[in-house]
Design a protein around this ligand. Structure first.
Ligand SMILES: [Zn+2]
Length: 293
């Protein structure tokens, strides 16, 4: 979206006006004295970093770049070996692989199993009544994890600091206004970020992904299950939507949400046969440090 905005001609550009430096803050006055090419290069660098290292799936906008800059060039993109659960999977039901977009580092493929999932607990400040009732939100999340575990090994972890996928008990942060000027309101959303993991013995590094799922606690149990099933599909690598309402990754909310379909799994399998730069180690100089995330 941002690239499209940059390309749009500015039809309402006002006539150039002289700008008085005295009205500007001191830092901006200094910028005006810098060579234009230097200002342009700094701005371009910031934009490229933001584009490379963070992306939203549902809102199609760019979020804040994480603080890690890559100390090494990404490795050559290669496919990882298929996990056994997908090697054994065969179906002639077709797929929607054409709708899946690779990320800047290739397809969003996991290569270390089980994939660890952290489920955020109920806040301690929750009303006493809600603490005595079954946690339907968590039950729905656990059911969706069980469903996907048939195709890719997943394990629930109690440690959020090491989780591959974090499922937050909250609605997604407010997005930029839509075309009608209304703020976007969504009940679920998945985001990915890339990090560099360095090991000192032998000195090498690899790029890896971390996923965050925002899942509103204010939905019915059925809708929560459908939503988390859909978002987990994104988090496992299905970075796109099916055009078919009988698939869990259908792009729209429907009255009778679909279970994980054969087409969903066929699509997942094709994604895991694709090349990616994620998860492959490359040698680095020993002076780069031991861990960065
Ligand atoms: Zn989606």
């Amino acid at each position: 979206m941002r690239r499209q905005l940059l390309r749009q001609p500015n039809r309402h550009r006002p006539e150039p006006r002289a700008v008085s430096n005295r009205r500007l803050p001191r830092c901006l006055r200094l910028v005006l004295h810098l060579p234009l090419w230097l200002v342009g290069a700094v701005l371009a660098g910031l934009l490229v970093q933001a584009l490379i290292f963070s992306q939203l799936v549902e809102a199609q906008s760019i979020s804040v770049a994480p603080p890690v800059a890559p100390p090494v060039a990404p490795p050559e993109a290669q496919p990882h070996p298929l996990p056994p659960s997908l090697t054994q999977w065969h179906s002639e039901a077709g797929d929607y692989f054409d709708a899946i977009a690779p990320t800047e580092l290739g397809y969003l493929v996991w290569s270390n199993f089980p994939i660890s999932v952290y489920i955020q607990s109920e806040p301690k400040s929750a009303p006493a009544a809600s603490l005595t009732q079954p946690d339907l939100w968590r039950s729905a999340v656990e059911q969706a994890i069980q469903e996907w575990t048939l195709y890719l090994p997943l394990a629930i972890t109690s440690d959020p600091s090491t989780a591959d996928i974090t499922i937050l008990r909250s609605a997604p942060p407010m997005q930029r206004p839509d075309a009608a000027g209304l703020p976007r309101i969504r009940s679920a959303e998945t985001r990915y970020e890339f990090f560099v993991r360095q090991q000192s013995q032998p000195p090498q590094a690899s790029f890896f992904q971390r996923l965050t799922i925002y899942l509103s606690p204010r939905q019915t149990a059925d809708y929560t299950l459908a939503a988390v099933r859909h978002e987990l599909g994104h988090a496992l690598g299905i970075w796109g939507h099916s055009p078919n309402p009988t698939d869990a990754l259908y792009f729209a909310q429907v009255r009778d949400p679909a279970p994980i379909s054969q087409r969903d799994v066929n699509t997942l399998k094709r994604i895991y046969q694709q090349p990616t730069q994620l998860g492959w180690a490359v040698p680095v100089s020993a002076s780069s440090g031991s861990e960065a995330s």
